[in-house]
Design a binder for this molecule. Structure first.
Ligand SMILES: Cc1ncc(COP(=O)(O)O)c(C=O)c1O
Length: 358
């Protein structure tokens, strides 16, 4: 039986994609071998690679002046690659710190450039996001880094900061679940292991003029230019991840693309928040209601013992991955693209039943 997988990443992938992958695994399209045994320079793999790139460009409506790069090292490596490529030694950039991932973007990035916190949610315990005019921005900054969804805290950036400074966004946990305002960005990145694919890389969308002019002279793999000039085939790419992502993107397109996913995500999250809000305080959302995440619904129960019992009883009913991040505790239901409304309905029923037994 398939699990209802509420994991925060890696997480659920579409069942029909997994079945198709399984069917193709030992003999990929008559080659007599699996895709992951093929040469990455073969025509068969090249068709897969270019197909994924072009589907992604279509689905995300990526303008011609942006390159699409597949880079290993996940989103974490982008914390370093962004300042390495965008920030010359004489320049400074700002980072919105609205949670654990913004904090990491600042601390890791600071090893490679002059970054400052443009806004910090520490005083409210990282339970809210700044509004459009809430960030203090120096117009001289090279860029402003934002995290559009804080996966651990369970909050989303509803409005982008109002500024002429170019934005850089980590969209790992709401990737392609909201439209991307391309004219506001120099670069958008995210690990693929939530909405898009198995783990193994980040997708980086970077303005061509930015990729072509690295701010620092570093080893080839760390330069966006290297990946851009080779269609991300400069070295051996994570072929399996790229292949599965192509299929996931095709499904996403068939189901109405980003706009439809945004709507489905809001509906799924809305159903869980409704149970929380209607539970007379049994379940409690610790975050500002105006910025509640559509992807990671974080909630508390009256005690840590009850939270442990909730997670264990849920697992007995095949509801997996509901434990909150180890750094904050509590419970968290991650509702990524491949998690269907039926799974959310099972969760909602369980939450109501569990409360009734207390
Ligand atoms: C918002 C955000 N940024 C960065 C990361 C780190 O991603 P990776 O594991 O791909 O390095 C995560 C992982 O959960 C995340 O949610």
């Amino acid at each position: 039986m398939r699990a209802h997988n509420f994991g925060a990443g890696p997480c659920a992938l579409p069942l029909d994609v997994l079945e198709e992958v399984a069917a193709e695994l030992t003999d990929f399209r008559g080659t007599g071998m699996s895709l992951i045994e093929l040469s990455h320079r073969s025509k068969d793999y090249e068709a897969v690679h270019m197909g994924t790139l072009s589907t992604l460009r279509r689905v995300a409506a990526v303008p011609d002046d942006f390159d699409i790069l597949f880079i290993q090292g996940g989103a974490t490596m982008q914390f370093a690659m962004v300042p390495i490529n965008l920030l010359a030694p004489s320049q400074r950039a700002g980072v919105v710190v609205a949670g654990s991932w913004g904090k990491k973007a600042l601390s890791d990035g600071s090893k490679h450039g002059d970054l400052v916190a443009a806004w910090d949610g520490v005083e409210t315990g990282y339970t809210t996001m700044p509004g459009a005019d809430g960030v203090d921005i120096d117009p001289e900054w090279r860029y402003l880094h934002v995290t559009t969804n804080e996966t651990i805290g369970g909050i989303r950036m509803v409005e982008l900061p109002e500024t002429d400074v170019s934005l850089v966004a980590d969209m790992s946990s709401d990737y392609l679940a909201r439209p991307i305002e391309w004219d506001r960005y120099d670069l958008v990145y995210g690990g693929v292991q939530k909405n898009l694919a198995p783990a193994g890389m980040a997708v980086v969308f970077v303005r061509k003029s930015v990729a072509a002019n690295p701010a620092n002279d570093v080893a080839s793999y760390l330069r966006y230019e290297f990946h851009a000039n080779s269609d991300s085939l400069g070295n051996t790419p994570p072929m399996f991840t790229i292949y599965v992502m192509g299929k996931v993107l095709e499904r996403l397109e068939e189901r109405g693309g980003i706009a439809a996913l945004e709507e489905r995500s809001a509906a799924k999250a809305g159903a869980v928040y409704e149970v929380i809000d209607g539970s007379d305080g049994f379940y409690r959302s610790p975050v500002d209601p105006a910025v509640r995440s559509h992807m990671n619904v974080v909630f508390r129960l009256p005690s840590e013992d009850l939270e442990a019992e909730f997670v264990a009883t849920a697992a007995d009913r095949n509801l997996i991955g509901l434990k909150g991040h180890r750094s904050v505790g509590g419970c968290r239901a991650s509702l990524y693209a491949a998690l269907e409304m039926e799974s959310v309905e099972v969760l909602v029923t369980f939450m109501n039943d569990f409360r009734a037994t207390q």
